[in-house]
Design a protein around this ligand. Structure first.
Ligand code: GLC
Length: 443
């Protein structure tokens, strides 16, 4: 029942949030799905990547156009902005609303987790459109090259971010210490976070700022984020497979696969905590590991380069632990045992406890990859129940009570379409979609 209802909500959102037109500032046509008509009207990079995956179940033409629009924003240097502000009429209020610096007027200067490679692979597998792949693969490869060149920490070999929202997990309590807001009272967290972000962005802001402006040596916020690096390593593995598919250059594919493995190995070396059995971010300014247990601590179970023994500890000691993450409506973005856990959105700040469908989606595939089929299906079913519980898709949901919070008609919650399709195929292995699902599990 909740599968049918959640799928209806998802389809409705994808229809409502569709945006097309011509941007005078960018001098090109756009065709994308905004995260939320009221709250987030522009194109956001990781949101769009999730939208494209959901759209493979609805309209593969739109799925292809979504990524083509996004990747048309890649700069000649290979940079893909976290936000593309296509609409000329809406742009003026955006810098205020979204605390951003713009590059050439219509692109943000910051990054988002590079989900785009996984999305390109999923859309290609759904369509088999070689011509499309030949158009979108070069800018995707260019962006991954840019990340490696401009964002690799010399000491750890991991990607680094220079402000919390580059991980997409904006107000996660794991950043409180680095932002100097760890002692803010619950009702003051939201304002304190905005204040700290404003100071950071003002400090970085300069008329000469470009996406390549070096920020590491400013030592304001330099961070190896586990989620960002897991998504990056996953993306490199997707690109290696795609390059092999095109048959173009075996050496490039080998290099990408080796880079993916190296990121997995660096996560094990620098972020894996043998005592807690989980992965933790590195705050490179403070020179220490962040101890707060969040959903990103679980994400590396996705990666083949993470050994089975570590993945099983993460899953059994944390993800499936009812005191921490396996709550009535998993997966909370912060473990329920953390003092900062905010399951009812009392702080009004995101990623402080609510469950998010995009994180559930990654963890669903992680569980399947590691052979936890029944638990993966439970996670998919509860995700569908969450989405069905509100009258429209919501930005995030209460892990204890399924109450929806944040933006309405929210795009990436439509990933329930992918979860529902994958779960159905789990019980009907003879279908073509089942073959796709098995291929995904295998890599
Ligand atoms: C918020 C989220 C970010 C997301 C954006 C649009 O800023 O933190 O991850 O991309 O909203 O949904």
């Amino acid at each position: 029942m909740s599968v049918t209802e959640s799928s209806a909500r998802a389809r409705d959102t994808l229809a409502r949030n569709h945006r097309t037109g011509f941007s005078r500032a960018a001098q090109r046509h756009y065709d994308f799905t905004c995260p939320s008509p009221d709250s987030y009207p522009f194109q956001w990079a990781w949101d769009s990547s999730f939208h494209a995956i959901a759209l493979t179940h609805v309209d593969t033409r739109r799925a292809r156009d979504e990524l083509r629009s996004l990747l048309s924003a890649v700069t000649p240097t290979g940079f893909l902005p976290h936000m593309v502000l296509w609409q000329d009429d809406l742009r003026p209020r955006a810098t205020e609303d979204f605390r951003i610096d713009l590059w050439e007027g219509w692109r943000s200067v910051t990054i988002a987790p590079p989900v785009v490679a996984r999305a390109v692979e999923r859309v290609y597998r759904a369509t088999g459109d070689d011509l499309w792949l030949r158009r979108v693969l070069p800018p995707t490869l260019a962006f991954f090259g840019w990340l490696g060149e401009h964002r690799t920490s010399p000491g750890t070999g991991l990607l680094e971010i220079y402000q919390p929202d580059e991980s997409g997990l904006d107000s996660s309590p794991k950043y409180d210490g680095a932002l100097g807001i760890e002692s803010a009272a619950e009702d003051a967290v939201h304002a304190a976070w905005h204040g700290a972000m404003r100071s950071l962005i003002t400090a970085y802001s300069a008329p000469t700022r470009t996406p390549e402006t070096p920020l590491r040596d400013r030592r304001l916020f330099v961070w190896n984020d586990v989620l960002v690096n897991t998504v990056y390593a996953d993306g490199l593995a997707c690109l290696a497979r795609l390059v092999r598919t095109t048959g173009s250059n075996g050496r490039t594919a080998d290099r990408l696969a080796a880079q993916s493995e190296a990121i997995g190995a660096a996560l094990m070396r620098h972020c894996w905590d043998e005592t807690s059995g989980a992965f933790h971010d590195l705050d490179l300014v403070a020179g220490k590991r962040n101890e707060i247990l969040t959903a990103s601590s679980l994400l590396p179970v996705l990666l083949d380069s993470v050994p089975e023994s570590a993945a099983r500890r993460v899953i059994e000691q944390h993800l499936l632990n009812e005191r921490e993450f396996w709550r009535p409506y998993p997966v909370p973005s912060v473990a329920a045992t953390e003092p900062s856990y905010d399951p009812t959105f009392r702080t009004g700040a995101i990623f402080r406890g609510s469950s998010w469908i995009n994180l559930n989606w990654y963890l669903y595939w992680g569980l399947r990859r590691r052979g936890y089929r029944a638990e993966a299906d439970t996670l998919a079913a509860r995700s569908c129940a969450l989405v069905a519980a509100s009258d429209t898709t919501r930005e995030c949901y209460g892990p204890e009570d399924a109450v929806g919070h944040g933006a309405r008609s929210f795009g990436w919650s439509s990933l329930v379409l992918d979860l529902a399709a994958a779960t159905v195929t789990a019980t009907a292995p003879a279908t073509a979609t089942a073959a796709t699902a098995t291929a995904l599990e295998e890599g």
